[in-house]
Design a protein around this ligand. Structure first.
Ligand code: HEC
Ligand code: HEC
Length: 203
């Protein structure tokens, strides 16, 4: 059974998040995927290699194939503004214009069709995540990232960063704060096991 207090807190946060997004006037990405493919050449040196690892600390470079374009743009802006700590991604993002980001994001999204599949048994603690990340981790809105198929070690690491405040996001800070280490590992493994994101090929 779900703790009703938790569920209530979660639904309050969903409403707060919706208000935040509306207030930010989030614009939907509209880049040209063909331009994006050309601009993404450097990115594919890491994001286009299956199983590629970030060194020190070691964890997988996240998959971007089929990721939501608006989320990719938001992520790049967060690296640019150093709301997310990663030196390489900061320097990559710092040189991109808004237009470049939109095109690159459109390209990565277009490399795979990620549709919600039949859910495996949802872990209990994922009930609080469904509203924004979908029943199987495929986000129903372009503003939220798809988690399905992402590398488990990356997901676990980033949840810990939300928890510690190293990765700054008002919405996710609250959700991550409620997760213990074991729950983080379990959720990360579950989302990673769903059909979803891919590594786009170097075609
Ligand atoms: C040297 C390897 C490398 C290169 C080149 C690189 N990235 Fe990354 N990228 C990473 C790593 C590692 C992460 C995870 C960083 C973290 O832990 O936040 C990442 C994270 C990201 C994320 C966040 C994904 C998510 O799920 O939140 C996006 C978006 C992204 N990169 C886009 C790009 C784009 C666009 C380019 C090219 C302009 C690029 N990257 C170039 C290694 C790289
Ligand atoms: C109210 C909506 C909402 C809910 C509910 C929610 N999230 Fe999120 N989540 C977001 C948003 C928005 C982002 C992107 C934030 C950012 O830019 O850093 C995000 C990002 C993430 C990321 C990072 C993805 C990536 O590619 O780097 C993970 C992992 C994640 N959420 C897991 C969870 C889990 C697990 C739960 C449930 C315990 C949850 N979220 C509940 C909105 C939500």
């Amino acid at each position: 059974m779900l703790d009703p207090k938790l569920t209530k807190a979660a639904s309050r946060r969903v409403l707060a998040a919706a208000a935040l997004l509306a207030a930010s006037g989030a614009s939907w990405a509209q880049g040209d995927p063909a331009d994006g493919r050309i601009l993404a050449e450097t990115c594919l040196g890491c994001h286009g290699i299956q199983g590629y690892m970030n060194a020190y600390p070691n964890y997988h470079v996240p998959k971007l194939g089929g990721q939501k374009a608006d989320y990719i743009v938001a992520a790049l802006n967060a690296y640019k503004a150093e709301q997310r700590p990663h030196a390489t991604m900061h320097s990559q993002a710092a040189t991109l214009s808004d237009e470049d980001m939109q095109a690159i994001a459109a390209y990565f999204e277009s490399t795979a069709t990620v549709a919600p599949a039949t859910a495996d048994r949802l872990p209990q603690q994922a009930a609080a995540c469904v509203a924004c990340h979908g029943e199987t981790g495929v986000a129903p809105s372009p503003a939220f990232p798809t988690l399905a198929g992402q590398y488990a070690d990356y997901l676990a690491r980033t949840l810990r960063e939300y928890k510690s405040g190293e990765r700054q996001n008002a919405i996710m800070a609250g959700f991550a704060a409620q997760l213990g280490d074991e729950e983080i590992e379990e959720l990360a493994a579950w989302y990673a096991g769903q059909d979803g994101l891919v590594t786009p090929g170097l075609d």
